[in-house]
Write a protein that binds this ligand. Structure first.
Ligand code: PLP
Length: 356
């Protein structure tokens, strides 16, 4: 846990509820959510179902549970899910697709988390007695490990047209869907329309403390409730938490544009520094990936040195570092963080150059 005086660029999950959000949460009307009687949770679900243009929605403790419940509904054991190699469901869900849905996952090698209709067509297995049945395609909007890249609506439509030809279902992991909406001007409804299931996270750019909302048809959400109950995700007075989501939808969506500007500022600041490899033109939303190109300095070592100077980042590989902008990051923080990077790189250089 980082101290409040850190410039925490580790993730947009590091946000704390604001004072106004906390006040709104405190005054939420609540009931028994497990019986679908919590008015604030119902309000949040109605709002998100409408936002994504789906019939129904369910409030869940996390985005991970949204993905896992959706996969378990769409797939029977032995079925195959197609998604990009960088996907959260492959890398960060503790083997959930195998353990919970009994599904196989086949990775597609997209570019920055985005694959084409042709890539998908290549990966769909022809009907056969011996092959697993390809059943579902899942995409991330935005693509997290793809550097917050935004799937163009046209690509989504082409991909889902190919999927439908082979009777595949479609799932949209919208952990950062609203970042894509703000960056592109395309509506959340348009992005979600081609998919059977879609969700948004409340705990990332939106700045809520807990939860995500999964949407789909009435039948789909009926099934989702069964798994939510089975897996222990049904809650009681969850309106306290859902209120944060309602508040965030009203107050924290348009401001995502600030996070995108700050990410650009960071990318451009880093691009000026020798020893940093980055393509600012790839920074479309709030996620910035860059490489450390200094002999003898690994990304994990760089991240430790940065933290010692008060800036928290994530080393996603031996050379690669991720920074994410969010609700608590200002342009002043970005300027300070770039100065710290410069300082860390300069110190490393002076240690390396022979004294004379
Ligand atoms: C693309 C993506 N999907 C799913 C998740 C999981 O969300 P949660 O942390 O709410 O479980 C994350 C979280 O980082 C994510 O980035």
């Amino acid at each position: 846990m980082s101290a409040p005086n850190f410039i925490d660029l580790y993730s947009d999950t590091r946000t704390q509820p604001t004072e106004d959000m906390k006040h709104f949460m405190m005054s939420a009307k609540v009931g028994d959510e497990q019986k679908d009687e919590d008015p604030t949770t119902r309000l949040l679900c109605d709002r998100v179902a409408d936002l994504l243009g789906k019939e129904a929605a369910v409030f869940l403790p996390s985005g991970t549970m949204c993905n896992e419940i959706a996969l378990a509904i769409h797939c029977r054991p032995g079925d195959e899910v197609l998604c990009d190699r960088s996907s959260h469901i492959i890398n960060f869900e503790a083997g959930g697709p195998a353990a919970l849905a009994g599904a196989m996952v086949r990775a597609i090698d997209g570019k920055r988390g985005i694959f084409s209709a042709a890539d998908l067509a290549e990966a769909i297995r022809p009907e056969s007695r011996t092959a697993p049945r390809t059943r579902l395609v899942s995409i991330e909007q935005t693509a997290n490990l793809g550097g917050g890249a935004v799937w163009p609506l046209a690509t989504i439509r082409e991909v889902m047209a190919v999927a439908r030809k082979s009777q595949l279902a479609g799932h949209l992991d919208g952990a950062r869907l609203l970042n894509a909406v703000v960056a592109s001007g395309v509506s959340a409804r348009a992005y979600a329309e081609p998919f059977d299931s879609a969700w948004i996270d409340l705990t990332k750019g939106l700045g809520g403390p807990v939860g995500a909302v999964l949407t789909g048809s009435k039948d789909f959400i009926h099934e989702a409730w069964r798994l939510k109950q089975r897996w222990g995700g049904a809650m009681r007075q969850s309106g306290i938490l859902a209120a944060a989501g309602v508040y965030a939808l009203d107050h924290h969506v348009d401001r995502l544009a600030d996070d995108h500007l700050n990410a650009q500022l960071l990318a451009r600041g880093l691009a000026r520094l020798p020893g940093i490899s980055i393509s600012p033109e790839n920074v479309e939303t709030n996620i910035v990936f860059f490489d450390i190109d200094v002999a003898g300095l690994s990304a994990p070592d760089f991240v430790v040195a940065m933290k010692e100077r008060g800036v928290v980042l994530w080393a996603s590989g031996t050379k690669t570092v991720r920074a994410v902008t969010h609700l608590h990051i200002t342009s002043g923080h970005i300027e300070a963080a770039v100065a710290v990077v410069e300082d860390v790189l300069r110190k490393k250089e002076s240690v390396q150059s022979p004294a004379n």
